[in-house]
Ligand binder design. Sequence first.
Ligand SMILES: *Cc1c(COP(=O)(O)O)cnc(C)c1O
Length: 426
Amino acid sequence: MTGRSTQLFAAAQKRIPGGVNSPVRALRNVGGEPFFVERARGSRVWDVDGREYIDYVGSWGPAILGHAPKVVVDAVQAVAERGLSFGIPNPFEVELAELICEWMPSIEKIRMVNSGTEAAMSCLRLARGFTARDKIIKFDGCYHGHADSLLVQAGSGALTHGRPDSAGVPKSFADLTISLPFNNIDLVRKTFIENKDEIAAIILEPIPANAGLYFPENNFLSSLRDECTKHGALLIFDEVMTGFRVARGGAQQIFGVKPDLTVLGKVIGGGLPVGAFGGRAEIMDRLSPDGPVYQAGTLSGNPLAMVAGLSQLRELERIDGWKLLEDLGAQFEQLARAAVAKTKIELTFHRIGSMFCLFFCSGPIVDLTGAKRSDLKRFTRFFHACLERGVYFAPSQFETGFISTAHTTDDISRTAEIVGEALRSL
Ligand SMILES: *Cc1c(COP(=O)(O)O)cnc(C)c1O
């Protein structure tokens, strides 16, 4: 007898390319088929065949309070009664803009869009418009959504599926994107000299989390800040993943480096489609209608998305979510490291707050080349061993795990036991 997920996936493949609306969901690189979700609450997801999973994907980041948190669902329901979208300003847009500017002081003005991709794409256009330069520097393995000029040596699904450079991206666009290894400041300096007065911006994930998870080395971010200032380029932090997850003020607060522009998404939408980009007022004022850089959106700032984000962020602050996430993360790290110590397999465990990643190779891992040393066959067996035992980790080595405030200490210790069992089964 075939399960309902299998039937649905067969039907989906007839009408949706690959059966999915975002490639990594197809589980191609780990083999097998995706499960279809019936419902989710807190730390748990149930599939249409009645199986229960402890979830560490969290909708790929947004579900920081766990699934269907009551405060967010109640707020969305109440607002929905009064209309879904107006295409003319509503008060929640102002409230969310004020909250984000307060939490992330490098942001003086902000514009809402509908996805992280849209935010990064618009942010680059603004940087080019502001500096009147065309080239950008990005880093191998960093993912900034699927806008044309950003799909060069990109992470996440683009990496998982082995096509770092997408078909359909004009060569002339890709030529304007210079991709460098992360944590190599000498190459950044050299690139600035070789492309004098041509670099509009450096865009990066301050904590790269789309090629597994690794960290900026001492002074890397502050050196990028210095180089950008020296050469008249803008520094753009893509905090779609880290924004309001690693700290109340994002990664920029942790490292004490102030970007010119910041890209946000995921957590700020409370599970609804939201992205945003913001920064220095002088730059943001170049956007239409004040300035010449065009950017627009029919559903941007709609009340449902704004209120979902607002209620999620306020709740996070009310319960001191970052402390909770750090405690749960630390518990998981301690137990996972103990499980790892009992095996002979080469492993590297990385964590910051509620974000974590287990690489199947020895460290140190400081860039994409390091991350790619991971034994992907082992990862695949590990992924399935965990899934069979009811723990859902991201179905790719080149992703990051997320703990939510809805995970309990029991969830964490159960998960660590399963990780131990899974490692022993390899
Ligand atoms: C997920 C992600 C994006 C893209 O956001 P979407 O909402 O999927 O378009 C951009 N940058 C980073 C760092 C991300 O993690």
